[in-house]
Every structure is written in structure tokens, then in C-alpha cells.
Design a protein around this ligand. Structure first.
Ligand SMILES: [Zn+2]
Ligand SMILES: [Zn+2]
Length: 209
């Protein structure tokens, strides 16, 4: 198994298990302790897990205390596409030309909303996946279809630095692109699945008036 696949599997296992011990991971993957340590180091640097004594623990998202207040506000809001509550790390905010603000749960829904709203959109802000800080969507780096979908599928994550996007991609796969690439990626996915809109969001309740 390649390192990328092993790390991917480790993260999804940890998401379910909550915590894992070093010996569990060594036995499961049939690799050396050194290899597991390297994987854990790498994943921790990329904020995919937290190392604990003798193993690893899942990161509870959203973890940041400084942003508690804004998160309290966020929990009242629902995604304009799929009605999920947005999380700080994945937030995508669209400002329309008439001044109205629309919030999407993640860049997947944010870009879907862009495609649907077309030239009604004035500007868009998106959270950097690692820091949660908002910055311009047009200047972001997007990872499309990475292995871990934190919200809607196919997953799109945004980063404010190209370097961080590249580091993240090394472990989690996916394609790096700019805003226009993300638009084209989702447009293609939407036409493949459902000409009416995003198939992955379609099962969620939504206002169709
Ligand atoms: Zn959504
Ligand atoms: Zn979402």
C-alpha cells in the first residue's frame, strides 16, 4: 500500500474510532512502528489528527477557541444549497450584487451556488481549510476530489497558500486548481449526475419555490 493510501485509510479509520493506539495501527497496516510514526507526524502537521501518548486521536472540528463566538453565530445559519450548518474551516460566503449575503456549508456548495447564481454574485470569501481565516475565493487554491470529504462530495477544500495546498495534496490526493478550475470541476460533476443541480445535495431538504 502506498503512503498516500495508508494515510487516507488511517484518517478515515480514526474518524470512526476516535482514538487509535500505535500497536493497533502497526498490526493493521503491517508496517513498522517507524512508518506509523512518520505517517502520524505528517498527518499531525497537516492537522488531520492529533498525536497522543501511544497513538493518535481524531481532531474534533471545529476546534478553535478564538473563533467560538463566530461559530455560535454560524450554528444558527444553514447552507443555501443543502441546509447543513457551515463550519468555520469550510465556510464559504457569497455577497450578491444587491448586497445580500449567502452562506454555504463548504466550498463544494459555495461553488455550486456560484454556478447557479451566475452574474448575480459580486464577491465571495472562503475559509482557509487549515486556519479558518476568510480570504477571497478568487485568490484561493482549491483541492478538488481529495480523499477525505469533510462535508459535501465531491470534496472541494480551499487554501490561502499554494504551498499549504501542495503539502495537503501530497497526503490526501486530489487536484490543485484555481477558482476557475473549481468552477469547471463542479460544473462537469453536476452535468454528469444531474442537470438540475448538485446530485449530492439533492437529497437534503431545500426550498424549491
Ligand atoms: Zn451545503
Ligand atoms: Zn457542504
Amino acid at each position: 500500500m502506498k503512503a498516500t493510501e495508508r494515510r487516507k485509510e488511517l484518517v478515515s479509520w480514526l474518524e470512526k474510532a476516535g482514538t487509535l493506539s500505535l500497536s493497533e495501527m502497526v498490526a493493521y497496516f503491517g508496517v513498522s512502528k517507524m512508518t506509523v510514526h512518520r505517517d502520524l507526524d505528517w498527518l499531525e502537521q497537516n492537522q488531520a489528527l492529533k498525536r497522543i501518548h501511544g497513538g493518535a486521536a481524531r481532531i474534533e472540528r471545529p476546534p478553535s477557541q478564538q473563533q467560538e463566538n463566530s461559530f455560535d453565530r454560524l450554528s444558527q445559519i444553514k447552507c443555501l444549497i443543502c441546509n447543513r450548518p457551515p463550519s468555520q474551516q469550510l465556510l464559504y460566503i457569497i455577497t450578491l450584487k444587491n448586497g445580500a449575503q449567502k452562506v454555504a456549508c463548504c466550498p463544494h456548495c459555495g461553488i455550486s451556488a456560484h454556478l447557479m447564481l451566475g452574474d448575480q454574485v459580486a464577491t465571495a470569501l472562503t475559509a482557509d481549510f487549515l486556519s479558518g481565516r476568510l480570504h477571497s475565493a478568487q485568490h484561493s487554491y482549491f483541492i478538488m476530489d481529495g480523499v477525505v470529504a469533510y462535508c459535501c462530495k465531491p470534496s472541494i477544500l480551499t487554501f490561502d497558500s499554494e504551498e499549504m495546498a501542495q503539502r495537503f495534496q501530497k497526503g490526501f490526493g486530489g487536484k490543485i486548481g484555481r477558482f476557475n478550475d473549481a468552477m469547471a470541476f463542479l460544473k462537469k460533476d453536476m452535468t454528469l449526475h444531474d442537470p438540475e443541480g448538485c446530485a449530492h445535495c439533492a437529497s437534503a431538504p431545500r426550498n424549491d419555490d
